[in-house]
Design a protein around this ligand. Structure first.
Ligand code: SF4
Length: 209
């Protein structure tokens, strides 16, 4: 599996936005963007250069790609697929990204970050509709149910997670049952509930040229 290895806080600072790549730390005063609200590097504190349209498109694309922890090729595949379908390309793209199994696990509160969620999926801790699924990019469909596998429920990480999940506010496109440790996808995710600090329209324009 390809892994994005750059120092996470530098990536956020370069984007000028919080991309929430480090789990709980992102919500504290230790966040790199809070502590150093300027780009990394020696010239970081110098005045920001005004971006061209192309530069803006590129920046927004990088934010989204890094937010979901995707390599360039993977992201391009998502966008090309969305643009080739009938309908609102931005909504189709966001729905596909949000319905990745690793993102579903993260948004349900079963992992502190998408990267952790990806590892948990890779290690085979989840089932989709009763079948083991260890592919983080698996697209969970409306009506499908994600559960923690029986053997993994004894694992220290999952033992007490049920109580944590009772406080979890999940997006309306999923239903979380903390007791059963079960997530059901009840509708297509929409842009209104996506935790994204990037503007997706320039990205669609970038790939529609
Ligand atoms: Fe680092 Fe998270 Fe803050 Fe980004 S949002 S700078 S990853 S702590």
């Amino acid at each position: 599996m390809a892994v994005y290895n750059n120092a996470k806080c530098r990536v956020c600072r370069r984007s000028g936005e919080k991309l929430f790549l480090k789990g709980e730390r992102c919500y504290t005063a230790k966040c790199g963007v809070v502590r150093r609200a300027y780009p990394p590097g020696q010239q970081g504190k110098a005045k920001r250069v005004r971006l061209t349209d192309y530069g803006l498109q590129l920046r927004e694309k990088q934010k989204i790609r890094r937010n979901y922890g995707l390599m360039e090729k993977q992201f391009v595949n998502y966008v090309e697929d969305a643009v080739s379908q009938k309908g609102n390309s931005a909504e189709i793209l966001l729905s596909a990204l949000e319905r990745r199994l690793d993102n579903v696990v993260y948004r349900a509160g079963l992992a502190p970050s998408r990267k952790s969620a990806r590892l948990l999926v890779n290690h085979g801790h989840f089932k989709v509709n009763g079948k083991r699924m260890d592919i983080p990019s698996y697209q969970v469909k409306v009506g499908e149910i994600v559960t923690i596998s029986e053997s993994s429920r004894k694992n220290n990480y999952f033992k007490n997670i049920s109580e944590q999940l009772t406080k979890m506010e999940v997006p309306s496109w999923m239903a979380l049952d903390p007791k059963k440790l079960e997530i059901k996808i009840v509708s297509e995710p929409t842009s209104k509930e996506v935790m994204l600090v990037a503007d997706i329209r320039p990205v669609i324009e970038y790939y529609s040229r």
